[in-house]
Unconditional design. Structure first.
Length: 304
């Protein structure tokens, strides 16, 4: 079986960009259904992992992220190729999540490729050419920003991350002339720096980074409400979007809890909507990795 353009469009709920269609065809995302024995074995392994100690997300993991992005930085210097910016946590397993179930991947880096297709589909649709600036908070090695810069070469790109290695990656990107419209800043979700402004006519997004702050998201949301970007998009774990009556989804939710990932963001955004401050919507995207379906799109705008 293969993930087609029609499959992706069904998942996101709209016709995707031509760039996205080209990416889907290029990646040739082939997979097969698991046998009962394979599925049982994977589920049993996930349960065993959940029953053991797992390092949880939080402030104490900054050094881990510094080391991880530093590894990507060194690869970029050696290879001078954007492919070296792919995070090392992808392609660990040949199993992924698709349409609410587990599948066996037959394409290398299947989880990574499916992830960036879904992210690109949403950003091309909702950001597109409508804004002058695009900020990614928790940008890591800036691979999402680079792809968007290829889609819209006129937009200014700003990557923010608490790991200094991320800013050094962006400097190297500029040095190698991979993209000369990207700038980097140090930004800590736990201590938002109000000296960093968001320019007029800007969109912001986060992707698998806000997850690291558990239930400490209100400070960052307050920062955004103060700086007033035109559009906010989050690709982050959200238990309320999954089906608690599904075994596969329930295991994902249990993993969120075990890792102390982002908790309660959507409920808080709906509270702000009820207060008349913002308008919020979300889209389940149906793709994920071995342990989680962690990247739905939560989209909101400040009422002005």
């Amino acid at each position: 079986m293969k993930i087609t353009i029609q499959d992706i469009e069904q998942a996101v709920g709209f016709e995707v960009s031509d760039s996205c269609k080209m990416l889907i065809n290029k990646f040739d995302l082939t997979y097969r259904e698991l046998t009962k024995q394979e599925r049982d074995s994977i589920i049993l392994n996930i349960i065993n992992v959940l029953n053991n100690d797992i390092e949880y997300a939080g402030k104490h993991r900054l050094e881990k992220w510094e080391n991880g992005w530093y590894e990507n930085l060194e690869l970029l210097k050696q290879e001078k190729n954007v492919d070296s910016l792919t995070p090392k946590y992808f392609n660990k397993y040949n199993v992924a999540r698709w349409k609410g179930d587990l599948i066996k991947c037959e394409t290398e880096y299947f989880d990574y490729k499916l992830h960036i297709i879904l992210v690109d589909a949403i950003l091309h649709k909702h950001v597109g050419t409508n804004y002058s600036n695009l900020y990614e908070f928790g940008c890591g090695p800036a691979y999402h920003l680079l792809r968007f810069g290829n889609f819209n070469p006129n937009i200014n790109l700003i990557g923010l991350d608490w790991a200094k290695a991320s800013q050094n990656i962006i400097k190297e990107i500029n040095k190698l002339k991979i993209n000369n419209k990207i700038t980097g800043y140090n930004f800590d979700y736990f201590k938002p720096d109000y000296k960093i402004d968001i320019a007029p006519n800007s969109a912001i997004f986060t992707c698998a980074s806000l997850e690291q702050i558990g239930d400490n998201y209100k400070g960052f949301i307050d920062y955004l409400l103060t700086k007033q970007p035109e559009l906010c998009v989050h690709f982050e774990p959200e238990a309320d979007i999954l089906d608690k009556n599904s075994l596969v989804d329930k295991l994902s939710i249990m993993y969120f809890n075990k890792r102390k990932y982002l908790n309660g963001l959507l409920s808080y955004l709906y509270q702000l909507q009820n207060e008349g401050k913002i308008e919020v919507s979300y889209q389940r995207l149906w793709g994920g990795s071995y342990f989680i379906e962690g990247y739905p799109a939560i989209i909101w705008k400040i009422k002005k």
